[in-house]
Design a protein around this ligand. Structure first.
Ligand code: FAD
Length: 488
């Protein structure tokens, strides 16, 4: 009897993978009788459903290719099977289990409602058929749902969650321990599972192609796939950038964040491994007791943990509904022109446009810009935030449902993107880089050229006028929210 680890789209790695390690241990229990196998079910329709961008799908498939090589060097086959429709995923797993005489299946937990339902259905079938199915917590250092308030309820506010998280990881240092790589199979596995070794990696679904081969190579260079590249990026960040993270993390021109989000989103690098490395760089001290940069960076990672924790306590977060359900009753505007301008980075607001153009080019956007462009879409254009959420999914290389949905949560706070730019892009460097029409502007005009230049000078720039007036549009949104939330 053989043991299977079923890889999904958030644990594409061999290192520090709890489900894979548990599968490896199980296979060793029956040494001489069974082998460790890997399976990945590629479902183009599922990717369609989630709106995954070509950049993200390509990154995933490349990472899978590298993972397959790593596993196969240990004689562990990784079968990559295509199940066109979402509904075919479970039958594909069941068929694999039957065909390859599998007695136990392991996997890492995914917390979204659809994925939980899928796993429940596999668990039911496993029970009927008499094989084992175990799903392990692996995406976070602290298991979602475990940290509780004094009253025993789940944390709803970040600051006390963060404090408890630091206490928990300090007290239970085993939470940060890495699990070993899986034990390989004997050479004979190559013959026995011949059909599963080698073979083609699926190509991009037809709906997810790049504009050109050059475009694809450019993005692959910017975002090299696989675990080794992720680990290298993490080390480079800790060596060269983290010390300035606390002071400059909100300044997109400094580009001093880790850019590890695509690796964390696909599990190509585990957050545990990154935190392990961070603690080493912190001279072994706990995160908040050493380098300020490390403390500040880890706080962002705790945000990621908090959002997964929230997803578990409020599952509707993954069902296209706002966290605060009252926002589902807002009457949004149908502003096609505003929508198009927002997507293309031509709203006439330089900081918003710079962010959107960075997204369209790099398939990634700095966090401060994500905060501003999302606030602008729902707060100033009064366009349904879910359209923006979807646009992010369809373009980002690091799309992560939990971080994205909660980043997009609508609220009464509307950022003033001119004030934000003056604070976070003091020299206007980021704007000049991404909005070349404004590159020649020397002073503070760059933050708001329409209001700060004479009419003629402005027209010479060839840059659009603001699509809406900031003050008026902010008031309109606040009044609309007040009206519609009160009626909800
Ligand atoms: P770093 O600053 O180096 O942070 C390290 C890691 O911590 C990140 O890789 C990420 O995993 C986590 N992190 C950082 N900031 C946040 C945050 N604000 N919330 C939750 N986790 C965080 N992040 C995604 O991974 N995928 C998304 O689809 C996504 N969509 C977002 C949409 C909006 C509207 C907003 C406001 C934020 C979104 N974020 C998303 C969070 C954040 O912007 C990115 O994680 C971050 O910019 C990634 O860059 P980095 O890896 O250099 O981050």
């Amino acid at each position: 009897k053989n043991v299977l680890h079923w890889f999904r789209s958030k644990d594409i790695r061999m290192q520090d993978n709890r489900g894979l390690y548990a599968a490896s241990r199980k296979a060793l229990e029956g040494k001489g009788k069974g082998s460790l196998l890997g399976l990945y079910v590629h479902s183009p329709k599922d990717l369609e459903w989630h709106g995954a961008s070509p950049a993200r799908v390509d990154f995933m498939l490349e990472s899978l290719r590298l993972l397959k090589e790593e596993l196969e060097s240990k004689n562990i086959p990784l079968a990559i099977v295509t199940a066109e429709e979402r509904k075919d995923v479970v039958p594909t797993v069941l068929e694999f289990v039957r065909k390859w005489d599998v007695s136990h299946v392991f996997a890492d937990m995914e917390y979204e409602v659809d994925e939980l339902r899928r796993d429940i259905s596999v668990a039911e079938k496993a029970k009927e058929a008499g094989w084992g199915f175990e799903v392990l917590h692996d995406q976070t250092v602290v298991q979602p749902g475990t940290l509780r308030t004094g009253n025993g309820g789940p944390h709803k506010v970040f600051t006390p969650y963060h404090k408890d998280w630091l206490g928990e990881t300090r007290e239970k240092s085993e939470l940060l321990e890495l699990v070993p790589e899986p034990e390989g199979n004997g050479e004979e596995a190559r013959g026995e599972f011949k059909e599963l070794f080698g073979g083609e990696i699926p190509s991009l679904p037809s709906s997810k192609t790049f504009a050109s081969d050059e475009e694809r190579s450019r993005l692959r260079k910017l975002w090299p796939a696989g675990h080794a590249a992720g680990l290298q990026r993490c080390e480079d960040f800790l060596q060269n950038k983290v010390s300035s993270y606390a002071t400059h993390r909100s300044e997109p021109a400094k580009d001093n964040s880790s850019r590890l989000s695509p690796y964390f989103a696909t599990g190509t690098l585990s957050v545990r491994e990154a935190l392990h490395a961070a603690r080493k760089h912190n001279a072994g001290k706990h995160f908040h007791e050493g380098d300020k940069g490390i403390d500040s960076w880890v706080r962002e990672i705790v945000f990621r943990e908090f959002y997964r924790h929230t997803l578990v306590s409020l599952p509707h977060d993954s069902m296209n509904l706002p966290h605060n359900l009252k926002f589902d009753f807002v009457e949004w505007e149908e502003d096609e022109e505003g929508w198009r301008k927002w997507c293309e980075g031509r709203t006439g607001v330089p900081f918003v446009d710079a962010g959107m153009r960075q997204l369209n080019c790099e398939k990634w956007m700095h966090n401060r810009c994500r905060m501003n462009v999302s606030s602008y879409l729902s707060g100033n254009l009064l366009i349904d935030y879910r359209k923006g959420e979807r646009y992010f999914a369809e373009n980002l290389i690091d799309f992560d449902l939990s971080n994205n949905t909660q980043g997009w949560e609508p609220s009464y706070t509307i950022f003033n993107p001119v004030v934000q730019a003056e604070k976070c892009d003091k020299e206007g460097e980021f704007i000049r880089k991404w909005v070349p029409e404004l590159a020649g502007l020397k002073g503070k005009e760059v933050f708001d050229p329409f209001h700060r230049l004479g009419r003629e000078e402005f027209e010479e720039l060839g840059y659009p006028e603001p699509h809406v007036d900031f003050r008026e549009s902010s008031l309109r949104a606040k009044e609309r929210y007040k009206r519609d939330l009160a009626e909800a």
